[in-house]
Design a protein around this ligand. Sequence first.
Ligand code: HEC
Length: 208
Amino acid sequence: MLAVNKFAITSVVALLVLTGAAANENGTLTSIEEDTPRYDAAGDLQVPGRFREWVFLSSGVDMDYKPIAVAAGHSTFENVFVNPGSYRSFLQSGTWPDKTMFMLEMRAAARATSINKNGQTQSEQVLGRELHVKDARLDGGWGFFAVVDSGIGKPIKRPAECYVCHEAHAAVDTTFVQFYPTLLPVAKAKGTLSPAYLRDEKVTGAAQ
Ligand code: HEC
């Protein structure tokens, strides 16, 4: 009898793990597999509450491509996450399906905390969050959103420098796959690198 119960409990736990399901604050079951962009009537994006459980792609440190509102001398990490279903799709195809969502989280760096004497780690201070969303209903098929204090994503309308730089330099489908080390080899193998990126690589002589 005990063995049967144990088996039943293990099965339920395994099922929950397999489906990625978990109870949210309201006690209802949700799944990160269901992550898809949701908007309100004004076109603002609901920031996905569980992005921290998405797939981590990379942390850029002090990348020098846009001025960021931090005091000089303080380093910033940029952490990039993507929703898991789209990540798996990328591994198969080398590009992003409709409804892909990226979160870019900027965090202040910390020096010499705890036992650390050298180098830098990420602090609790979040400096900003931005989303990049692929959605056929958005102008140009992709949109940027700036996360404001209330926790919603405000659309960044075209024209804006975000679109200009991403369209001119990003390696795959306006996303910076050249800086996501687990994905760049996939894009190379699938032949999905953008003409803009290949041109850049030719100019810098780094093409492979
Ligand atoms: C001059 C070029 C440039 C500009 C302008 C720029 N970005 Fe980016 N963006 C990048 C690079 C490079 C990365 C890769 C970051 C990393 O590796 O940490 C990136 C990554 C991102 C990502 C992660 C998903 C992806 O597309 O790769 C988001 C979200 C993002 N940027 C939002 C924005 C927003 C919002 C703006 C405008 C306010 C903006 N960016 C302006 C260069 C740019």
